[in-house]
Design a protein around this ligand. Structure first.
Ligand code: ADP
Ligand code: G6P
Length: 355
């Protein structure tokens, strides 16, 4: 994406289907910036916004133009662009990027209604997360960096079962039916956004166990676009080479089926990318330091920062596998991007204000 520096706020887009780990990712990201994000104090208790010292995360569900009843009447899902107000989304993200506060609507997930708006002040970093951050070209052009969480159907199903059956008491059949019902709109409006992402985290069933599709052991791929300003992809051992690494030996405890890393150049939707892949999971999280020591361009502030972040949030879902590892790495990359953009503006204030 082209970085356009119109204001002071750096804007990050995070796209994924719901229930695919966006809020977990946001907790990892804000932790890298050194503060937990919380809902706005004293406001609507059903607000979807999270605010920390540096970062404001807004949920794009707030730009639903049709509430739950409206969607039902018109027969459209929340994934359908017709249920969303992209004009308002564009206007407000643009205003925030230019340093202006906005009155953002609130979609109430409890009632399914649109609540009175809340005041959002321009933060240092604005994250827009949801179903459509890269759908509308005007909004897309405002993004300084974009991420797509690409959870394969098998894994999505396993996660939904875990959450909706165990925690919400839904039946297996109803979970299957709701995934199936969303699929056509997901394929039409959500999935295509991944072609625009600067980084994609792809989550697939393991290849270490032949025929496995249980969704417990994961193969996770971090797809990083080459040539993105302020973003240098992470690499394993030797930049640009193709590498396969099974680190299970003297330094790393690996029970069945083990851990396998691969790294190398690929093409993704016609773009040159670097892909770092981890299949399997860690037995002992503190041993991650051994893996960290073999990765370069991590944008960490000190040796061991990735491992420290992972240990700090070991209770978050995905901490023992590539989902947690790559979300943490992308968090460090975003901090680095933010610092570079801020530095560039400080040294060229005139150019920045003209752009
Ligand atoms: P979202 O914000 O996209 O709706 P969450 O971060 O709340 O997603 O995650 C939804 C659920 O999906 C979690 O409660 C958990 O059950 C499951 N989940 C999310 N990320 C992972 C992961 N990396 N590994 C395993 N399960 C996960
Ligand atoms: C998606 C959207 C939500 C919406 C939900 C259910 O997950 O992100 O905003 O509430 O779908 O939609 P429904 O029309 O069933 O309320």
């Amino acid at each position: 994406l082209v970085t356009c520096s119109v204001g002071d706020t750096v804007v990050i887009g995070l796209a994924a289907d719901s229930g695919c780990g966006k809020s977990t990712f946001m907790r990892r990201l804000t932790s890298v910036f050194g503060g937990a994000a919380e809902p706005p104090r004293g406001g609507n208790p059903d607000s979807n916004t999270l605010i920390s010292d540096t970062t404001t995360v807004i949920c794009l569900d707030d730009y639903h133009s049709l509430d739950r009843t409206g969607r039902k009447e018109k027969g459209v899902t929340a994934l359908d662009p017709r249920a969303n107000d992209f004009d308002l989304m564009y206007e407000q993200v643009k205003a925030l990027k230019e340093g202006k506060a906005v009155d953002k609507p609130i979609y109430n997930h409890v009632t399914g209604l649109l609540d009175p708006p809340e005041l959002i002040k321009p933060p240092k970093i604005l994250v827009i997360e949801g179903l459509h951050p890269m759908f509308d070209q005007r909004v897309r052009d405002l993004l300084d960096f974009s991420i797509y969480l690409d959870i394969s159907n098998e894994v999505k199903f396993a996660w939904k079962i875990q959450r909706d059956m165990a925690e919400r008491g839904h039946s297996l059949e109803s979970i299957k039916a709701s995934i199936e019902a969303r699929k056509p709109d997901f394929d039409a409006y959500i999935d295509p956004q991944k072609q625009y992402a600067d980084a994609v985290i792809e989550v697939l069933p393991t290849q270490l166990i032949p025929g496995d599709n249980e969704g417990k052991i994961l193969r996770v791929r971090l797809i990083m676009k080459e040539g993105v300003k302020y973003f240098n992809p992470v690499y394993l051992f030797d930049e640009g080479s193709t590498v396969s690494w099974i680190p299970c030996g003297r330094k790393l405890t690996c029970s069945y089926p083990g851990i396998k890393f691969t790294y190398g150049p690929e093409t993704y939707f016609g773009h040159e990318v670097s892909v770092l892949e981890m299949d399997g999971q860690f037995d002992r999280l503190d041993e991650l330091i051994y893996v960290e020591s073999h990765l370069s361009n991590l944008s960490s502030k000190f040796y061991g920062e990735v491992t420290q972040q992972m240990l700090k949030h070991s209770e978050f879902p995905g901490s023992s596998n590539g989902t947690g590892l790559f979300q943490t790495i992308v968090g460090l990359k975003i901090r680095d991007l933010y610092e570079q953009i801020t530095e560039a503006k400080a040294s060229a204030p005139l150019q920045a204000s003209k752009a």
